[in-house]
Write a protein that binds this ligand. Structure first.
Ligand SMILES: NC(=O)c1ccc[n+]([C@@H]2O[C@H](COP(=O)([O-])OP(=O)(O)OC[C@H]3O[C@@H](n4cnc5c(N)ncnc54)[C@H](O)[C@@H]3O)[C@@H](O)[C@H]2O)c1
Length: 374
C-alpha cells in the first residue's frame, strides 16, 4: 500500500506545476470528513492540517487515524488559524450555507461536499459572499472523481462518443442506516439534494445548461417509516438549452440488487458510440466503432487508492483526487469545475425538480437563476 501511494503521489507531483508549498486543509464535520482526513495521505499538492466537530467523540475517533493534527470543537477557532488555506465542509446539508459564508469571510478557500446548499436563501448568500471576498470554492462532486467516471470523461472529451444524444444517470441506495446515524436526513433536507445531487450533477456536466425539467416523486415505505417530509423516489426528465434530453433517477428506500444495478451509473449515448461508468464496481464499459464492447475494470488495481485496500468502501480516492485538483487550480490559477456558479446553477436545477414533483408541472430553470442572482 505504502509503495503504491508513493508512486501515485510522485506521478501527480510530476504532472502539474507544484508551487512547493502544499495547500493545508482544515476539515469541518468528522463523519464523512474523516474519510478526507485519511484520504489526504495520498495527495501530492495538499495536506491535512486540522479537524473540527461539535462532538468530542468524533474528534477522538479521527485522532486514531491522524493524532498529529490540530483539533477543536469550535469552528471559529479553526477558522482563525493562519496555517489553514482551505476549509473542507462535511456538515449536514442545511448548514453548508452558513459554514461556506463563514469560511469565505475568514479569508479561506472552500471545498464543500455535495449538495452545495439546499435553499434559495443559502444559494444567494454564498454567491454574494464569494463575490464580496473573492474566495474560491469547489463543490466536492465525488462521482466525477471516481476512476471509471474519469476514464469515461476522457474518452468523451477526445470525441470517442461523437455528439451526445442522451444522458441517463441514477443513484439508488437503501438509506435506513443513514437515517439511524443522521436523523436530519429525513426532516432537514430533501433527497433531491442529498442523493440526486450525484445524477443531476452528472447530467449537467454532460448536457450543459438545463432549460426545463419535468419530475415525478413518490415516498417509499421506508421513507414513511422515518417520517420523511419530501419524496425519496424521483424520476426526472431534463431538457438542455441545446435541445438535448436526459433522465435522472433516484430511489432511497429500495431493496438493492447490486449485481444488476450499481448505486451510481452514467449511461451516455453518442452518435458514434455508447458508454457506461459505474460506482462502486469501478467498471467502465464502452463500444468501439466496429460494435465490439470493451470492459475496463481497474477495481483490483486501484482498491488501495480508492477504498483503502478494501474492495468497496468509503470515498478516500475521490476525495483525494478532488482535493489535489482544487489545490492545483489554486496554485496555478487555472479553471476548474464545478465551481460556485456551476454549483449554484445545479442547485437551481434540483430546486426546479423538487417544485416540479410537488406541483406535477414542468418547471423552467431561468426564473430560479434570476432569483438567486446568476
Ligand atoms: N459522496 C459524497 O461526497 C458524500 C457521501 C456522504 C455524505 N456526503 C455529504 O457530507 C455531509 C455530511 O454527511 P455525513 O454522513 O457525514 O453526516 P453526519 O450526520 O454523519 O455527520 C455530520 C457531522 O457534522 C458535525 N457538525 C454539525 N454541525 C457542526 C458544526 N457547526 N461544527 C462542527 N461540526 C458540526 C456533526 O457533529 C457530525 O459529526 C452531507 O452534506 C452529505 O450530503 C457526501
Amino acid at each position: 500500500m505504502k509503495e503504491f501511494l508513493e508512486k501515485q503521489i510522485t506521478e501527480r507531483k510530476n504532472s502539474v506545476k507544484f508551487s512547493g508549498q502544499k495547500k493545508r486543509i482544515g476539515v469541518l464535520g468528522l463523519h464523512e470528513g474523516r474519510t478526507l482526513l485519511v484520504g489526504l495521505d495520498r495527495t501530492a499538492l495538499c495536506e491535512a492540517a486540522a479537524g473540527c466537530d461539535l462532538e468530542q467523540y468524533k474528534i477522538d475517533e479521527a485522532k486514531k487515524d491522524r493524532p498529529d493534527l490540530f483539533y477543536t470543537t469550535r469552528y471559529d477557532e479553526m477558522l482563525s488559524r493562519s496555517d489553514i488555506d482551505i476549509i473542507a465542509i462535511y456538515t449536514p446539508d442545511q448548514f453548508h450555507g452558513d459554514h461556506v459564508v463563514k469560511a469565505f469571510e475568514a479569508g479561506k478557500d472552500v471545498i464543500c461536499t455535495k449538495p452545495l446548499v439546499n435553499s434559495v436563501e443559502d444559494a444567494k448568500r454564498i454567491l454574494d459572499a464569494s463575490r464580496r471576498t473573492g474566495k474560491k470554492l469547489l463543490v466536492g462532486q465525488s462521482t466525477r472523481f471516481f476512476e471509471s467516471f474519469r476514464r469515461q470523461r476522457t474518452d468523451f472529451e477526445r470525441g470517442h462518443l461523437g455528439t451526445l444524444e442522451l444522458v441517463d444517470a441514477h443513484y439508488t441506495h437503501r438509506m435506513d442506516w443513514f437515517y439511524e446515524k443522521s436523523p436530519w436526513a429525513a426532516t432537514e433536507t430533501d433527497w433531491i439534494f442529498l442523493g440526486l445531487s450525484h445524477p443531476v450533477d452528472l447530467v449537467r456536466w454532460y448536457t450543459g445548461p438545463i432549460e426545463e425539467v419535468q419530475a415525478m416523486g413518490y415516498t417509499s415505505e421506508l421513507g414513511k417509516q422515518y417520517g420523511l417530509k419530501g419524496f425519496d423516489i424521483y424520476v426526472v426528465n431534463l431538457r438542455g438549452k441545446n435541445g438535448r434530453i436526459a433522465r435522472a433517477m433516484g430511489h432511497y428506500g429500495l431493496k438493492e440488487m447490486f449485481s444488476v444495478r450499481n448505486c451510481i451509473e452514467l449511461f451516455l449515448c453518442g452518435t458514434k458510440n455508447t458508454s457506461m461508468a459505474q460506482y462502486h464496481d469501478m467498471k467502465y464499459q464502452y463500444t468501439l466503432d466496429n460494435g465490439t464492447e470493451v470492459t475496463e475494470n481497474p477495481l483490483y488495481e486501484l482498491r488501495h487508492y480508492h477504498f483503502n485496500s478494501e474492495i468497496h468502501g468509503m470515498h478516500y480516492g475521490e476525495f483525494a483526487n478532488y482535493s489535489d485538483y482544487f489545490a492545483d487550480a489554486l496554485m496555478n490559477k487555472s479553471s476548474y469545475s464545478p465551481g460556485i456558479e456551476e454549483g449554484v446553477e445545479t442547485f437551481c436545477i434540483m430546486e426546479a425538480i423538487r417544485r416540479s414533483a410537488q406541483t406535477q408541472q414542468p418547471v423552467h430553470i431561468a426564473p430560479l437563476l434570476q432569483e438567486v442572482g446568476l
